[in-house]
Ligand binder design. Structure first.
Ligand code: NAP
Length: 255
């Protein structure tokens, strides 16, 4: 193996029309994979690449089962799953937050990941082979005020990953997780416009002094999905410019 090679791999990517998921689709196609991409919006023909575009709400188990069957029909099998579908928190103070808001975020970000792992896991268990990559967050590694539902969901994704890796290792299924820092995607661009995210503050707090690019998460997902990671399972890989490594007070320059 001289380079990461996904030729011949059939890959299902959720959240594949935007941000990190779109970067995963683009990179995996470039590395030779066949890709089916799932989004909550129905395909509108606007993506000119070779991916098969499918629709599902990952919160709905029937949707997850249907879309798994559709991806298998389109590609013949699923060798790798990359779960990128997700929504941000509302940044509402907890004492003003509605239980419905909490529930919706947990439904998409945690239960949606679980349901897709379960649906595709049934297929991979029959084949006794497969890789899954889930997307957590630095918000799943440390506490952030006003982001309780998102943080709990993303911490849950880390433990879901460890649990499934422990249960399915003997079935030949590897399950890993990426914990991105702040990545410039449509989701984060919206949070910046709404003044919920301060890029200057993030740059000062990040050892590498910048936000990440979606393709930097796709690189990690490609590695974890490839034979290069053949003995890695249950791992959480921070891809965050050093955010989670830094434990000092205040800005990185002042620490
Ligand atoms: P994004 O640009 O908003 O993309 C999210 C994608 O998920 C969209 O394609 C969206 O589809 C899809 N989606 C949302 N709800 C869905 C549902 N119920 N069923 C199916 N698809 C659904 O966001 P992103 O920044 O790339 O985030 C991708 C993942 O990375 C999320 O899990 C996010 O929490 C995580 N993450 C992001 C960052 C960051 O800084 N950007 C950091 C840490 C973790 P539509 O476009 O059709 O709505």
């Amino acid at each position: 193996m001289s380079a990461i090679d996904l030729a011949g791999k059939n890959v299902l990517v959720t959240g594949g029309s935007s941000g990190i998921g779109a970067a995963v689709v683009e990179l995996f196609l470039a590395l030779g994979a066949r890709v089916s991409a799932v989004d909550i919006q129905p395909p509108d023909g606007s993506k000119p690449d070779a991916a098969t575009r499918l629709q599902a709400d990952v919160c709905a188990e029937q949707d997850c089962l249907r879309v798994t069957a559709e991806a298998i029909a389109a590609m013949g099998s699923i060798d790798a799953l990359v779960n990128c579908a997700g929504i941000p928190d509302t940044y509402t103070p907890t004492l003003s937050q509605s239980a419905q808001s909490w529930q919706r975020i947990v439904d998409v970000d945690l239960t949606g990941t679980y349901l897709m792992c379960k649906a595709v896991g049934t297929h991979m268990a029959q084949r006794r082979s497969g890789s899954m990559v889930n997307i957590s967050s630095i918000v799943g590694l440390g506490g952030f005020p006003r982001r309780n539902a998102y943080g709990a969901s993303k911490a849950g994704v880390i433990m879901l990953t460890k649990s499934l890796a422990s249960e399915w290792g003997s079935l030949g299924i590897r399950v890993n997780c990426i914990a991105p820092g702040y990545i410039r995607t449509p989701l984060v661009e919206t949070l910046i416009r709404e003044n919920k995210v301060d890029t200057g503050q993030i740059e000062r707090r990040t050892p590498m002094a910048r936000l990440g690019h979606p393709r930097e998460i796709a690189h990690a997902a490609a590695y974890l999905s490839s034979e290069w990671a053949s003995f890695i399972t249950g791992a959480t890989l921070p891809v965050d410019g050093g955010w989670s490594a830094f434990g000092g007070a205040g800005d990185i320059g002042a620490a």
